[in-house]
Design a protein around this ligand. Structure first.
Ligand code: FES
Length: 119
């Protein structure tokens, strides 16, 4: 999950300033308490280029991206991670999925992930 932190007041904002570091620790702890720490890794990483949707979480191998993730999502996230179904099938988390059309930064002239600027 993104824990990138930009300086306060940066126009792009960042998941870090929205509390991503604490959320990452809390999700990691909840995963361990649920006994999932042998199969689920809660990794902190830098920007995944969904800043406007942050706090951003990429769930692999489900190829799912969550946006606007909050501490209130932790129980649903842990429940979903403990099931074999893709996270996109979880009723609560489905609302948090970043839709393909939402991958474009509304504040910049950016192309969709996986394409080139010239396309
Ligand atoms: S700062 Fe979190 S996705 Fe960019």
């Amino acid at each position: 999950m993104c824990t990138n932190r930009r300086p306060d007041g940066h126009p792009k904002g960042s998941c870090g300033e929205k509390g991503a570091e604490a959320l990452q620790r809390d999700i990691k702890s909840a995963v361990a308490q649920a006994g999932l720490h042998h199969t689920v890794r809660v990794c902190a990483r830098s920007c995944i280029d969904l800043c406007w949707k942050g706090i951003s979480v990429a769930v692999m191998p489900d190829k799912a991206f969550l946006g606007g993730t909050t501490p209130e999502d932790i129980p649903a996230l842990v429940e979903a991670l403990g099931k074999p179904e893709p996270i996109s099938e979880h009723a609560v988390l489905r609302e948090k999925l970043v839709k393909p059309e939402e991958f474009d930064d509304p504040a910049r002239d950016v192309v969709k992930l996986g394409t080139r600027r010239s396309e």
